[in-house]
Design a binder for this molecule. Sequence first.
Ligand code: GDP
Ligand code: MG
Length: 163
Amino acid sequence: PLPIVAIVGRPNVGKSTLVNRIAQIDEAIVHEMRGVTRDRSYHNADWNGVDFKLIDTGGIEVGSDDSFQGSITAQALEAARQADVIIFVVDGKVGINADDEEVARILRKAKKPVLLAANKMDSTKHEDELWEFYQLGLGDPWPVSAMHGHGTGDLLDEVVKHL
Ligand code: GDP
Ligand code: MG
């Protein structure tokens, strides 16, 4: 079976946009309605010839028979159990909140590589604001812009080192 890379994080941080960027799919998956996400959640992806399965944990449909569904806490626990590498996405513009801290607490205990992606860093002028994310205790944050693609190659280089 392919190794699993799970994307975890609270709503609206840009998980689906990042999945879209990594999987390079052109269907419109960043589309949510009435609290029930319509995102596709599983994609086959590859980076530099390394194949993996990419899971958007926030895109699991409520009511679907899937272990990644539920609260973001449940999703983080499931990612910690099943994934080979976890990408924890936070909003690099808004900063961290209590939900991010809760997810970080779970992921720090996971015996899996966790890469902290500070998304929405659309221009390098924001990169001096990254200090805030060190308090999540997950090492260096990776500044990315899922929308524009900045930093996503460096993040993926790091991901595949762990696969
Ligand atoms: P999700 O709920 O975590 O899956 O987040 P989405 O991928 O649906 O994105 C939430 C919102 O953030 C959407 O309006 C996106 O267009 C926006 N967004 C995602 N990535 C970026 C980014 O890199 N920069 C900016 N400026 N906005 C982004
Ligand atoms: Mg989403």
